[in-house]
Design a protein around this ligand. Structure first.
Ligand code: RP5
Length: 157
């Protein structure tokens, strides 16, 4: 199972893209609002219990002072994929910098700001699970082939 967590319900329109791609690929996932700042104890509980509950990869999205992915990565050795959510004031550059500049020893795989980052985090999580699940790897290959087929050769209608 993939755990999709986010710092606020306001992050859901972005993080839904990760959930949707996992649904499309037939990968089980759960979604939770887990804030590093507003619900720190929920964050600790989520991170510490995740592996034992069957979570294999955590996708963590947050905006602004986006400490959630890094804090979760400090509490579990599961792979943590960080999605910088686009903030109003600084358009997500603050989120990106908050997530990407982890100190050596506590890794977070950081993705693009916003929708593209959420989609790619979902695809990357599926690729990780695909390492030990050939059927999922085949579905992922099929998804990528369909994406290629959908790109028109010419720009006109
Ligand atoms: C962060 O603060 C959340 O991840 C969200 O992106 C941002 C704003 O949260 P709200 O004020 O919209 O709840 O913790």
């Amino acid at each position: 199972m993939i755990g999709i967590i986010m710092g606020s319900r306001s992050d859901w329109p972005t993080m839904k893209f990760a959930a949707d791609i996992l649904t499309e690929l037939g990968v089980a996932h759960e979604e939770r609002v887990v804030s590093a700042h507003r619900t720190p104890e929920r964050m600790v509980e989520y991170a510490k219990s995740a592996r034992g509950r069957g979570v294999r990869v955590i996708i963590a999205g947050a905006g602004g002072a986006a400490h959630l992915p890094g804090m979760v990565a400090s509490l579990t050795s599961l792979p943590v994929l960080g999605v910088p959510v686009e903030s109003h004031a600084l358009r997500g550059v603050d989120s990106l910098h908050s997530i990407v500049q982890m100190p050596g020893g506590v890794p977070v795989a950081t993705f693009a700001i916003g929708k593209a980052g959420a989609i790619n985090a979902g695809l990357f999580a599926a690729a990780i699970l695909g390492l030990s699940d050939p059927a999922l790897a085949a579905r992922l290959d099929g998804w990528r082939a369909a994406q290629s087929d959908a790109v028109p050769l010419t720009p006109e209608d």
